[in-house]
Design a protein around this ligand. Structure first.
Ligand code: TZP
Ligand code: MG
Length: 205
């Protein structure tokens, strides 16, 4: 049976929280009812990443929220996350599957061929983007846009998480184009009132 994803896929990244305490931001996300969080920590050493992942695991578990670890299958396993998110240059899916067994594996994709390949290889969902212009990550790809998202929707049956430049003002188009979920970093983590931001995003459904 295919994975069912909540409409909002929040990404928690200690580099994007504007000097706030990560525990506080996490608490805001969970109180706002977020049911899926990806932990992304590009510049933490493995021991620091794991310590953070353990903390986030205990809080997400208490709120019945799934936890996906970005990039690191080892840390996903060590903290008992629900899964891992792998990019095109991370461990290939077959290797991730050896480590993760039947846990969730998401794969970042940027075009139809990568999306089809991820589905063939057994990904549980694909990330697709960057949808719009984003400052958060230089993906090396131009904005993919709504029309390409619609093509991806037709090309694969597995769930799609759209990412890149999504905010409260454009998220509706992303859902309408067939994304199962919208991944948002800066519009949420940069908000002065995270709970209010999430409520406004969810009102767009
Ligand atoms: N992958 C593709 S775009 C992106 C990632 C991790 C960053 C998205 O961040 P934002 O701030 O929601 O545009
Ligand atoms: Mg990666």
């Amino acid at each position: 049976m295919s994975l069912s994803l909540p409409p909002l896929y929040a990404i928690l990244d200690p580099e994007q929280i504007k000097g706030r305490a990560i525990e506080e931001v996490l608490r805001d996300l969970l109180r706002a009812g977020v049911k899926m969080i990806q932990l992304r920590a590009k510049s933490l050493a493995a021991n620091e990443f794991l310590a953070l992942a353990n903390l986030v695991r205990s809080k997400t578990e208490a709120h019945n929220c799934r936890l996906i670890v970005n990039d690191r299958a080892d840390i996903a396993m060590a903290c008992n996350a629900d899964g891992v998110h792998l990019g095109q240059d991370d461990l290939p899916l077959h290797a991730g599957r050896k480590l993760l067994g039947n846990k969730i594996i998401g794969i970042s994709t940027h075009d139809i061929e990568q999306a089809r390949q991820a589905q063939r290889d057994g990904a549980d969902y694909i990330g697709f983007g960057p949808m719009f212009g984003t400052q958060t990550k230089d993906t090396g790809y131009s904005a993919r846009g709504i029309d390409m998202l619609k093509e991806i929707r037709v090309a694969v049956a597995i769930p799609i998480v759209a990412i890149g430049g999504i905010n409260e003002h454009n998220v509706r188009q992303v859902w309408q184009a067939g994304a199962d979920s919208a991944a948002i970093i800066s519009d949420i983590l940069g908000a002065a009132d995270i709970a209010g931001k999430i409520a406004r995003i969810m009102q767009q459904r």
